[in-house]
Ligand binder design. Structure first.
Ligand code: NDP
Length: 390
């Protein structure tokens, strides 16, 4: 079993030297355990926050242990009656080829099915996040995930309504880590629960073509909004317009850190001002958007990736929050288990109807994970960043 451990904590920018590749034997299974072979590993920005020591909403990744991460794979050995060899499962297997999971713990694995005559999107009862799954970026949030949140995960895993078979839809296995998984639900939560738009509203999202941003566009278009993206580079902006349904996309790299210049571009593409902003980046990009926010607008603070390597992100126009009577709200998607089934069902429908066409950037083999992860933090990914293992 080839594994990637966190070897040291980054001083400033994370590097490949912070990781260590090791090979180990998988231990024999105990009663109640299953052995999962991972097909895909998800690489997510929150992992950068976990590499730091410091207090946050979730504890840091321990040194010398396998890096945390969501995986999809198949059961290859089972000592649990509910899991058979060949079952496909989503879990938190980490940066390794195989994981041994105590399947008796509620919600640690959920079955999905992407094969056979009755293929499903898994939007029924099994498709809820597992306990402790998908904890996100630590930069701007504090307070560890407490026992209460943990209990909510467990409860959610057993209390979701079942979708009728006729609603079952087809999806590739890897999408459970992206559009029809945690990043998709993140977009849904910020849009529906915080921005709460009306048809005709103008909405803006940064990191527009990533896993979260691309789902946001499809969900916002489905609500009759004008959706403007901010992304890095002409290729990403073209993809946003041609495939993701954005009404406009601004290449922030053309503005080279000039807040006023980006604000002018936003004025052109948002002639009625901005009613809702879904923030993934922070810093000067957020400043530029703030300058165009309408009175009584809403801002969902989802991520601030521009600061994850320790860069300071001062807010230059806080007074606008007051003068424009804005509402800003941060959130951690894993704490809102109640919305997951509803959100996943809508996302699944958008994928099935072709209204959400997510792309993936796939690195090959576990040894490629550190470089792919660091590349994703720098925008080298187009869409969801994954590692293909088997
Ligand atoms: P993405 O697929 O969007 O990948 C990250 C992207 O961030 C890069 O491709 C890059 O896009 C952009 N980026 C990186 N650095 C900068 C920078 N300095 N300035 C501008 N853009 C930058 O990742 P996800 O969709 O998985 O995550 C998007 C955001 O959502 C992140 O901030 C993440 O932390 C947050 N998140 C929050 C959750 C929550 O519960 N609150 C849950 C999940 C995600 P580009 O090339 O366009 O710059």
């Amino acid at each position: 079993n080839t594994q990637i451990l966190l070897a040291s904590r980054p001083q400033g920018e994370a590097t490949v030297d912070n990781f260590q590749l090791v090979v180990s034997e998988t231990p024999p299974l105990q009663e109640g355990q299953v052995l999962v072979r991972h097909h895909y590993l998800s690489l997510d920005p929150y992992m950068r926050g976990r590499m730091n020591a410091g207090k946050s909403y979730a504890p840091p990744q321990p040194l010398g242990e396998v890096m945390i991460g969501a995986t999809v794979g198949e059961v290859v050995e089972s000592r649990h009656p509910d899991y058979a060899v060949g079952d496909q499962v989503v879990g938190m297997g980490g940066w390794q080829e195989y994981s041994v999971v105590d399947a008796r713990q509620p919600g640690v694995l959920r079955k999905v099915d992407t094969r056979g005559a009755c293929q499903t999107l898994g939007v029924e009862s099994e498709n809820v996040p597992q306990r402790g799954q998908f904890l996100s970026d630590s930069q701007s949030h504090s307070g560890a995930m407490g026992q209460e949140a943990g209990k909510k995960w467990a409860a959610a895993a057993h209390s979701q309504p079942t979708t009728p078979k006729s609603d079952r839809l087809q999806v590739p296995l890897s999408y459970y880590l992206g559009a029809v998984g945690m990043p998709g639900v993140t977009a849904w939560y910020g849009l529906v629960k915080i921005i709460a738009p009306k048809a005709g509203d103008t909405l803006v999202v940064s990191a527009a073509t990533g896993a979260v941003g691309s789902a946001f566009a499809a969900l916002a278009k489905a609500r009759g909004c004008r959706v403007v993206g901010i992304a890095g580079g002409s290729e990403k902006c073209r993809y946003a317009l041609d495939e993701l349904g954005f009404d406009a996309c601004i290449d922030y790299k053309l503005h080279q850190g000039d807040t006023q210049s980006l604000a002018r571009a936003l004025q052109q593409d948002c002639p009625q001002g901005i009613d809702g902003y879904f923030e993934n980046v922070g810093g000067w990009i957020m400043d530029a958007v703030m300058l165009r926010m309408n009175a009584f607008s809403r801002m969902a603070l989802c991520g601030m990736i521009a600061g994850y390597d320790g860069q300071p992100l001062p807010m230059r126009y806080p007074a606008l929050i007051l003068t424009q009577r804005m509402r800003l709200e941060g959130f951690i998607v894993s704490e809102h288990t109640d919305v997951w089934p509803q959100a996943l069902q809508e996302l699944a429908g958008l994928v099935a109807s072709g209204k959400l066409r997510p792309r993936e950037t796939i690195a090959q083999g576990i040894a490629a994970a550190p470089e792919a992860f660091l590349g994703m933090l720098k925008g080298k990914n187009l869409g969801k960043q994954l590692v293909k293992l088997f």
